[in-house]
Unconditional design. Structure first.
Length: 164
């Protein structure tokens, strides 16, 4: 079943939601990078960086949560294909200018469909985990800037965000 609109690949000709058929696509290496941030009080950031959060290593746990989330993306997003990911990396860096933590997630696969959703899911869940682990001391934290930064591979070609 094909798409009724070239811009909406998950909509079938009859208007119903449809999982894209990727069976005839060539396998290529595909990479996606997504980012997000958690803005918090300076004291909260200092506590996390010092390793003094009651729930433990916030950054380490958030990194693992992001990786696990990428592997489960197809279980969370209804029309995503299950992928055998080659690599998922989650980097979390303190940023005193926010103040808060910046998250960068990279997903890589050799396959027939892209890994943008896996990278976005990893970044999102890492941010959510940071919130969860520090919410007892700072309920005003804000998750922000979750977005695709770049992607390579596939029929649609490469993409790189140009607005910073």
């Amino acid at each position: 079943m094909g798409s009724s609109s070239p811009g909406l690949t998950h909509i079938a000709a009859d208007g119903q939601a449809d999982m894209v058929d990727v069976g005839s696509k060539a396998e290529t290496q595909r990479v996606a990078v997504a980012e997000g941030a958690v803005v918090m009080r300076r004291e909260t950031l200092d506590m996390i960086v010092a390793g003094n959060a009651k729930k433990g290593d916030v950054i380490g746990v958030a990194r693992i949560a992001g990786i696990m989330a990428a592997k489960k993306t197809h279980e969370l997003i209804p029309l995503c294909h299950p992928l055998l990911l080659d690599k998922v990396g989650v980097e979390i860096e303190p940023d005193a200018t926010l103040p808060g933590l910046r998250v960068t997630a990279t997903a890589r696969v050799t396959g027939r469909t892209g890994v943008e959703m896996e990278a976005l899911t990893a970044a999102s869940v890492a941010c959510l985990t940071i919130y969860d682990m520090a919410k007892a001391v700072d309920r005003e934290m804000e998750l922000t800037g979750i977005r695709l930064v770049e992607k390579t591979g596939g029929k649609s070609g490469d993409y790189r965000r140009t607005d910073g």
